[in-house]
Design a protein around this ligand. Structure first.
Ligand SMILES: CC(C)(COP(=O)(O)OP(=O)(O)OC[C@H]1O[C@@H](n2cnc3c(N)ncnc32)[C@H](O)[C@@H]1OP(=O)(O)O)[C@@H](O)C(=O)NCCC(=O)NCCS
Length: 290
């Protein structure tokens, strides 16, 4: 790999970087998928728009956290990382299948970790790829298995959800405060991006607050107590016929309780990688923005 150059990512790299992840994760899914599940399909380019927008957003806020591995004009690997209030986070990390296992991943992760040098705490979602897990363990992260719920809810079991309202940009301070309590760092600028991509619901009472971004269930949920979190999760389940709720650590058993009551299927996949912190709770992380 002598002819490969590691250089900072630019916003113009985002569409090609998206393809590197589409190909990398398709190969991973093909290698690891369960027999009873439908064959994995590669993410079509037109479904990569959210990925590209998120990548450009993070290159903008954290240029020092985003890197590519390039040979000639071909991208072989990418890493997208960022720092929020002294927490280092990894949004995306992939090498094209034919170049995996040759040390490129290690060379890419090094400058991304360096970007987080001033941040003691770290958090991200890890795939089940044994090569990725070796890299993360090497970098000092502990790996916490995660579950997910999916299926069609039994609507007769969904309770009347009260004290939940539509959210907006005026809730960013509330959400940042909830995030500091649950995961020790606010999402800050990431809320503007999330607000443009997903509907937001908020629950606010005299004693507790919480919020959730919705898409086939939740794409991010945080609350100051389990009762508020459960209320938001019921709202998410009620909003979709085909539910997917991911990133559930054992600490978030309240979410498993809700999913079982709704008669969803429970499965296990991937890890929450953490450094110098405990699994956030009540909290269901976003796949990339955490
Ligand atoms: C994860 C990924 C980015 C790592 O990049 P890479 O170039 O393959 O990584 P490297 O070659 O630098 O390191 C791989 C490590 O796994 C080891 N390894 C290689 N094959 C392995 C296998 N089958 N099982 C376990 N370990 C393996 C290598 O020896 C190396 O460890 P070492 O440096 O301690 O010797 C890449 O494999 C990938 O894109 N995977 C699919 C997508 C993915 O899972 N991304 C991570 C998202 S969280």
């Amino acid at each position: 790999m002598d002819d490969v150059r590691i250089r900072p990512m630019t916003a113009d790299d985002a569409p090609r970087a998206e393809r590197v992840t589409a190909v990398g994760f398709h190969e991973l899914d093909t290698r690891m998928f369960r027999r009873s599940w439908p064959d994995p399909e590669i993410r079509p380019p037109e479904r990569g728009a959210h990925w590209v927008a998120r990548c450009r957003h993070l290159v903008g806020t954290d240029p020092g956290g985003c890197w590519v591995a390039e040979r000639g004009d071909e991208l072989l690997g990418i890493v997208v990382s960022f720092v929020r209030e002294k927490m280092w986070l990894l949004a995306s990390y992939a090498v094209v299948p034919e170049a995996q296992g040759l040390g490129l991943g290690k060379a890419l992760l090094a400058p991304a970790l360096e970007h987080g040098r001033g941040s003691l705490r770290g958090m991200f979602n890890a795939s089940s790829d044994p090569k990725a897990l070796r890299r993360y363990h090497d970098a000092g992260f502990t790996l916490h298995p995660q579950m997910f719920l999916r299926g069609t809810a039994d609507r007769s079991r969904i309770p009347v959800v009260e004290k939940v309202r539509e959210g907006s940009a005026s809730d960013i301070d509330l959400m940042d405060s909830v995030d500091r309590q649950t995961r020790g760092a606010a999402h800050g600028p990431d809320h503007q991006l999330l607000l443009g991509q997903y509907p937001l619901v908020v629950s606010e009472t005299s004693s507790a607050q919480g919020y959730a971004y919705l898409d086939r269930g939740t794409v991010l949920l945080a609350a100051t107590d389990r009762r508020t979190a459960a209320r938001l999760l019921w709202e998410a389940i009620a909003s979709s016929d085909d539910v997917l709720i991911g990133h559930i650590t054992a600490e978030n058993a309240w979410a498993v309780d809700v999913g079982m009551e709704a008669r969803l299927e429970l499965h296990q996949e991937g890890y929450l990688a953490l450094r110098h912190m405990r699994p956030p709770c009540p909290y269901l992380a976003n796949g990339a923005l955490m």
